[in-house]
Design a binder for this molecule. Structure first.
Ligand SMILES: *Cc1c(COP(=O)(O)O)cnc(C)c1O
Length: 218
């Protein structure tokens, strides 16, 4: 089976964007965001060799991937309620939406109980949007320190979702700056509309949904 053209196109654009700014394309991984996609859209991308997928809801992800997750890396990229920490720790390989003390505590408790540690990203609300998850930039350093000191987390990196109607570049630059001053090397930033910009600003993973799978149904 040949790879779906939209998927191949995104993979090629990632490589070109990396090369254009002197980066190794292997430094940038694609998280294919399969949320709200029918299995007919996901299956060909899986068959083409994609192994890293992103989901924004715990329940929906478990329904889609349970029994199929062998050899895959599944990222939770949506907001997480602390009462779902148990499922999230059991199911996901990476949790990208750590953004508050209560959630950190719930995750730490589950990590201890289950002896399983997902890789963790702190989400930063770079645009300080009230409706959006994420710690605000002014509180990021303190929260990162708390995660490390109080909960013993070995954080992997930072994640952001820039405001929809603003140039994304300054938000990516801000995330990179917060990461650098906190000794974090991984940056999850960039979606369908702006992943090439994100790569220019140092993204190490881009979360791309509609450009890979087509418009979402829900
Ligand atoms: C849905 C979603 C994406 C993918 O968005 P597209 O514009 O379809 O690429 C990326 N990141 C997060 C956090 C999302 O919720």
């Amino acid at each position: 089976m040949t790879a779906p053209p939209a998927y191949s196109d995104v993979v090629a654009r990632i490589a070109r964007a990396a090369q254009a700014c002197g980066r190794d394309p292997a430094e940038v991984s694609l998280v294919a965001v399969s949320k709200q996609q029918p299995w007919e859209a996901v299956e060909p991308v899986l068959a083409a060799g994609q192994r890293v997928f992103g989901e924004n809801r715990v329940q929906e992800a478990m329904a889609r991937w349970d029994g199929k997750a062998d050899g895959l890396t599944l990222h939770l990229i949506g907001p997480l309620q602390s009462n779902k920490a148990k499922e999230a720790v059991a199911f996901f390989d990476v949790i990208e939406s750590l953004d508050r003390d209560k959630l950190a505590r719930a995750l730490a408790e589950q990590v201890q109980k289950q002896g399983r540690t997902p890789r963790l990203y702190v989400q930063v609300n770079t645009g300080e949007e009230p409706q959006k998850a994420g710690v605000i930039p002014a509180e990021a350093d303190a929260f990162i320190a708390t995660c490390r000191k109080d909960y013993g987390f070995e954080l992997e990196g930072l994640m952001c979702i820039p405001p929809a109607h603003e140039p994304a570049g300054p938000h990516f630059a801000l995330l990179a700056k917060v990461a650098q001053r906190n000794g974090l090397s991984k940056l999850s930033m960039g979606m369908s509309d702006d992943f090439e910009t994100a790569i220019r600003f140092g993204a190490t993973s881009v979360r791309v949904g509609s450009a890979v799978f087509g418009a979402r149904s829900g």
